[in-house]
Design a binder for this molecule. Structure first.
Ligand code: NAP
Ligand code: ZN
Ligand code: ZN
Length: 352
């Protein structure tokens, strides 16, 4: 049976996104169908659309910061009913039996998780299609509950930018008195500041953009260090317990490692690929410092983050756009010109 829905996607790395029709599966007993109301725009959407990481299959329909309302539930669904708010992040499936999955670490599934887009579609074959679309069908285990008190559009970015920064904050046990630094004030960076501050940390922003100082302070940072200023960088030597690096492209991380305290960790969440220049082991060995990586978060952890945000009234700072403006939004994202996450109002795709 066909289940055609309108979507926005691209046919090739060098082409703009445009309206297209995609197929969704019919709901199975454990599935829910979600009418998508808002979808955040992550830098990973752009990387995927333009094949920055290789491996993009076309047509590609990005979008993994999805919020909406349940319109259908399968017979075996217990967590949701028709009319409930619901959210979907970066994962729509995993093996659910490996050691990682059993520990609620579906993002590290040993056989590979199914990404919300460009993942291997176990039902229809081909690749999964993301949230730049009217509706999505997902097995209920991978669907999140949305706190009712939060602004819905501004909640969407929590599903990737939120949990991607929450997960390392929790893993490295950030709490009251921790000294956390964030590199880059974009979608992930601004959520990292809000969440670290919410957990009681003292937060510093490293940025190349002097004009973001006021915003960083408003978002909860105590100070901002210009990463382009050598004197400021040297003055921060030995300071931070945890640094979350959200920069999307290759950059020199050595000057940041110097700013870690003894036992401190710099966790890469942005750039994916070989480091250039090389990482110097000297400060790491002499200060027992670590450089680590982290990818998104598991389902239980995502729910924990959403509940925390509900309790502390934390949402993303957003600019709402229509679906038809996505190509312009990508160009602005490349210039770091967004405060601090674009969110698509999906009514624009439905012609409402
Ligand atoms: P974004 O909104 O574009 O923010 C990135 C920020 O990094 C910019 O605002 C800018 O901040 C800084 N920056 C950009 N280009 C830079 C460069 N060439 N050198 C130094 N700084 C630069 O992107 P995002 O959506 O937050 O995503 C950030 C990265 O994380 C992307 O690569 C994305 O694919 C990745 N990601 C990873 C995961 C994961 O699970 N690990 C999840 C989601 C996204 P300033 O102007 O303040 O310098
Ligand atoms: Zn993302
Ligand atoms: Zn698994």
């Amino acid at each position: 049976m066909t289940n055609q829905v309108n979507a926005f996607g691209t046919e090739a790395a060098n082409l703009d996104l445009k309206q297209m029709t995609i197929q969704r599966r019919e709901i199975t007993a454990s599935d829910v169908e979600i009418d998508i109301l808002f979808c955040g725009v992550c830098h990973s959407d752009l990387h995927t659309a333009r094949n920055d990481w290789g491996g993009t299959n076309y047509p590609a329909v990005p979008g993994h910061e999805i919020v909406g309302r349940i319109t259908k539930v399968g017979k075996a669904v217990t967590k949701f009913k028709v009319g409930d708010l619901a959210a979907v992040g970066c994962l729509v499936d995993s093996c659910r039996t490996c050691d990682s999955c059993k520990q609620d670490l579906e993002q590290y599934c040993l056989t590979g998780f199914t990404g919300t887009y460009n993942g291997v579609d176990k039902y229809l074959g081909g690749r999964t299609f993301g949230g730049y679309s009217e509706k999505v069908i997902v097995t209920e285990h991978f669907v999140l509950k949305v706190p009712e008190n939060l602004d819905l559009a501004a909640t969407a970015p929590l599903l990737c930018a939120g949990v991607t920064t929450w997960s390392p904050l929790k893993h490295w046990k950030v709490g009251k008195g921790s000294k956390v630094a964030v590199i880059g004030l974009g979608g992930l960076g601004h959520m990292a500041i809000k969440l670290a501050k919410g957990l009681g940390a003292e937060v510093t922003l490293f940025s190349r953009s002097k004009n973001k100082t006021e915003d960083a302070l408003r978002l909860g940072a105590k100070e901002i260090i210009m990463s382009t200023n050598e004197t400021e960088m040297l003055a921060a030597k030995g300071k931070f317990d945890l640094i979350i690096d959200t920069v999307p492209y290759v950059h020199d991380i050595n000057p940041y490692v110097q700013t870690l305290s003894v036992n401190g960790t710099l966790v890469l969440v942005g750039y994916l690929g070989p480091l250039d220049p090389f990482l110097n082991s000297v400060p790491m060995i002499l200060g027992r410092k670590s450089v680590a990586g982290s990818v998104i978060g598991g389902i239980a952890e995502t729910q924990e983050m959403l509940d925390f945000c509900g309790k502390h009234n934390i949402v993303s700072d957003i600019e709402i756009i229509s679906m038809q403006d996505i190509n312009k939004a990508y160009e602005r994202l490349l210039k770091s010109d967004v405060k601090y996450r674009f969110v698509i109002d999906m009514a624009s795709l439905k012609g409402k």
